[in-house]
Ligand binder design. Structure first.
Ligand code: ADP
Ligand code: MG
Length: 555
């Protein structure tokens, strides 16, 4: 365990997220003694969400420590989600005695964890001998951050955790991997092809994804957009990479970009379900340039006319170097059209936020949240829910890169408290988590972790008493609540009181605005129960079309 802590420290890991028990309790103590912060959680899944967010924000792997069997599986959920989202993290789990597991003799917490993890994560290794620990840590680190980042599983057997080695011999084994995330240079040919296509475009657009945010090349993105004058559209976690209110922002003209752009340059964004996989509204004649580290991504939904394989920094460097000689062919009316459309749409959107309706709707509550968050742009916004996710994303403008963390590619629920903790620990910045009441339920107990570590996190719960809303049609013959119904009268603020947080119960937009402003300024754990009307919100938010048809008919 000492060697593992030393090896992690040696590669630069200074925080671990986890939940202890047999056989890793001692491991966490030893890590602390070695100067690694140990953030102890109430549920492994949330510890994993924290590690994943830490990885996204820092470009170094977040580390999750779990116990065997169920603890491992709980944490694996987050490691798999990190892999899907291209966040670098390492889950280290203690695992029970190999011999008894392999012979299926009924071991304590007996599970063949390595084989469960394999296939779900980017890479998975088992370490059996203490002298192999430095190699295992270096491999896990490299696998997590290099190429397309992802989640890595490291299985450490109980025997290995307990093994003893001579101190000096162990120290000699430690090493720091050289260049763990090597640059991947794009070929000159692919860059020229991309630039030619871009130059030919009359109505081009740049589409920024969270891979572009992850790459931390904010100035280069800005240079590309501003030198070319091409409008950009950010995916949700790329919001703020360029300010949402930038003159070239096409955030309010999504349909126009899809329907009319003739060349779209995807930067660290996948043409997946979040973009109708390139079909639906998309211009069938439109052509794509795609900058991505993973060549396997290209052509998966639409043919990519100009694929550029490389890390975003190297690819942008190569593109920017050749920009001065490039003659663009963009129609000036294209940008003007997007700007005019955006003006009209933005004004219309503000009308939606204007009525100070009480009992509050998502919109009247968001009118207050928007003001406070936009006045505090350096606050990281964590966001999950259905309507709470969609409406917050659309309402709150972002101005700084990597300040929005949400349920991302899988659109899962249950990342809120963990991601808020990871964001606060990794950056030291204030965090506001805007949560649907259902979404909060998945991770609510880890609000206590926010309090124990006295983190500057404010949790805002939009309570409409249900999944989607609190008025689900009740078909039960037994008088049971509808499957979507929770409790619109639940007082989540009292849950915050239990852990010593500063809490608020608000019923009007004005109360919400002043509570949130005070909470953010306090830089302390705070919880705001936002009382909404039970009928605020619709089934599945904006993605009801993904339901099987009969379900839509019933509800
Ligand atoms: P979004 O949901 O915002 O569209 P995705 O997660 O779908 O973003 O896409 C991110 C893409 O970025 C992935 O295809 C991934 O391979 C790519 N990516 C991540 N990091 C880098 C990097 N440093 N350089 C190049 N591509 C990257
Ligand atoms: Mg709800």
């Amino acid at each position: 365990m000492y060697i593992l802590a030393r090896a992690l420290k040696n590669v630069g890991i200074d925080v671990m997220y986890g939940l202890v028990g047999i056989p890793v309790t001692e491991m966490a103590y030893i890590a602390q003694a070695q100067g690694i912060r140990f953030i102890s959680f109430r549920h492994e899944q949330q510890a994993g969400m924290a590690a994943a967010t830490h990885g996204f924000l820092t470009k170094t792997p977040g580390v999750l420590l779990t116990v065997s069997s169920l603890g491992f599986i709980n944490g694996l959920t987050a490691t798999v989600n990190a892999t899907v989202n291209c966040y670098p993290m390492i889950q280290i789990s203690g695992s029970s005695q190999r011999e008894t597991i392999d012979l299926e003799q009924g071991a304590y917490e007996g599970l063949d964890q390595l084989n469960v993890a394999k296939g779900l994560v980017k890479a998975a290794y088992r370490v059996n001998r203490p002298e192999d620990i430095p190699t295992a840590v270096a491999r896990a680190y490299r696998a997590a951050v290099s190429g397309r980042p992802g989640g890595v599983y490291l299985d450490v057997t109980t025997a290995c955790l307990g093994a003893v080695m001579n101190h000096d011999d162990a120290e000699k084994l430690l090493f720091k991997p050289v260049d763990p995330c090597p640059a991947v240079q794009p070929s000159a040919e692919s860059v020229d092809r991309a630039l030619q296509l871009l130059a030919s475009a009359r109505q081009p657009a740049i589409l920024l994804g969270k891979g572009a945010a992850y790459a931390q090349v904010d100035d280069k993105i800005k240079q590309l957009v501003e030198t070319t004058g091409i409008p950009f559209y950010p995916m949700s976690m790329a919001k703020g990479l360029m300010p949402d209110n930038h003159p070239l922002s096409a955030i309010s003209a999504r349909s126009t970009i899809m329907e009319k752009a003739d060349v779209v340059m995807l930067i660290g964004a996948r043409l997946n379900w979040l973009l109708s996989r390139g079909h639906g509204k998309w211009n069938p004649q439109g052509q794509f340039i795609q900058l991505d580290i993973d060549p396997g991504e290209f052509d998966c939904n639409r043919p990519i006319a100009a694929p550029v394989v490389g890390d975003i920094e190297s690819s942008l460097d190569a593109i920017l170097a050749k920009l001065p000689g490039l003659k663009l062919n963009m129609d000036p009316a294209w940008v003007k059209g997007i700007q005019d459309e955006s003006k009209v749409k933005n004004a219309k959107f503000l009308e939606r936020l204007a009525p100070q309706t009480v009992p509050m709707t998502h919109w009247s509550a968001l009118s207050a949240v928007k003001k406070v968050l936009e006045a505090n742009p350096d606050t990281i916004l964590v966001n999950e829910g259905a309507n709470t996710l969609d409406d917050t994303r659309d309402s709150v403008d972002m101005f700084l890169p990597r300040h929005r963390i949400d349920c991302a590619t899988w659109a899962i629920m249950g990342m809120g408290m963990g991601s808020a903790i990871g964001a606060a620990v990794a950056t030291g910045k204030s965090v506001v988590a805007v949560e649907g009441d259902s979404a909060f339920g998945f991770s609510g107990m880890d609000f206590s972790t926010i309090c124990r570590f006295n983190l500057p996190v404010t949790v805002v719960i939009f309570n409409n008493g249900g999944i989607y809303n609190g008025i689900g049609e009740n078909l039960s013959k037994d008088g049971d609540p509808a499957p979507t119904t929770l409790d619109v009268k639940a007082r989540y603020d009292k849950l915050g009181d239990a852990f010593g947080a500063q809490t608020y119960y608000v019923t009007t937009p004005a109360q919400l605005g002043s509570a949130l402003a005070e909470a953010v300024a306090s830089k302390k754990p705070c919880l705001i129960d936002v009382q909404l009307a039970a009928d605020s919100g619709k089934e599945s938010g904006h993605i009801g079309y993904l339901n099987p048809a009969p379900l839509i008919d019933i509800v």
